[in-house]
Design a protein around this ligand. Structure first.
Ligand SMILES: CC(C)(COP(=O)(O)OP(=O)(O)OC[C@H]1O[C@@H](n2cnc3c(N)ncnc32)[C@H](O)[C@@H]1OP(=O)(O)O)[C@@H](O)C(=O)NCCC(=O)NCCS
Length: 195
């Protein structure tokens, strides 16, 4: 058995992650997380330009295909972040969303998740299922703590965390500057040792 003091091995394997959407309206629908491909650029642009995405992120209204391509390049080269594309469960091979894993501490074996669902797939349990599945994958690779930070006003994002079994740990006041204003950030976490 690996000594718990041994830092997390990073990056994690970037293999496909597969499972099912259980709950929401997608009972039993196949779920697949995969590497990005060029044909995802269009979906990334549509998703990033959507009003709800821009409201809770730093994305701009004129987010372009070049911006999306630059984002994918940055993620591919990042020493501290990994990106999976959520495959569209209704149109295999299509763009269904993104799931980002950011390294917080190799020593504490802690990572943070960031996510978006393509607008046409929102509200049917997709991201809740993705977060549950990825968290189990991360625990399998010795991650000890998985955390999510979200604006408490972003009810959908907070609901994803809670519905995926994350515990609400607290609210950091004025922790983010977005669109020229401070907002609070709620922290949610699951530990590998949680029951
Ligand atoms: C947040 C986001 C990823 C959720 O994806 P999703 O696939 O629609 O999530 P799910 O369907 O698994 O769950 C959404 C939950 O939020 C709830 N919800 C959605 N909109 C809501 C609202 N305005 N108020 C309250 N709850 C809301 C849904 O009812 C559901 O909860 P339930 O299953 O208990 O009913 C998606 O809305 C999104 O991409 N938003 C824009 C980007 C973003 O905000 N990312 C997070 C940044 S921290």
């Amino acid at each position: 058995m690996t000594d718990p003091d041994t830092p997390l091995s990073w990056p994690l394997p970037s293999a496909d992650i597969v499972g099912d959407i259980v709950g929401g309206t997608g009972d039993g629908t196949a779920l697949r997380l995969r590497a990005p491909v060029d044909s995802d650029l269009r979906g990334l642009v549509t998703s990033s330009r959507h009003e709800d995405s821009r409201r809770f992120t730093h994305l701009e209204e004129d987010y372009s295909r070049d911006d999306a391509a630059a984002f994918l390049r940055t993620m591919a080269r990042s020493p501290v972040a990994m990106l999976w594309i959520v495959d569209d469960p209704d149109a295999p091979g299509g763009f269904g969303g993104t799931l980002e894993v950011r390294l917080v501490s190799r020593e504490a074996r802690c990572v943070e998740l960031g996510y978006t669902t393509a607008p046409h797939l929102r509200g049917r349990g997709l991201m809740t299922a993705v977060v549950r599945l990825v968290t189990e994958f991360l625990f399998d690779y010795r991650v000890h703590r998985v955390q999510i930070k979200a604006n408490p006003v972003n009810r959908a994002s907070c609901a994803v965390a809670v519905n995926a079994g994350f515990r609400h740990e607290g609210t950091a006041r004025d922790a983010e500057m977005l669109h020229g204003r401070f907002n609070d950030l709620d922290t949610f976490a699951r530990l590998a040792t949680d029951g």
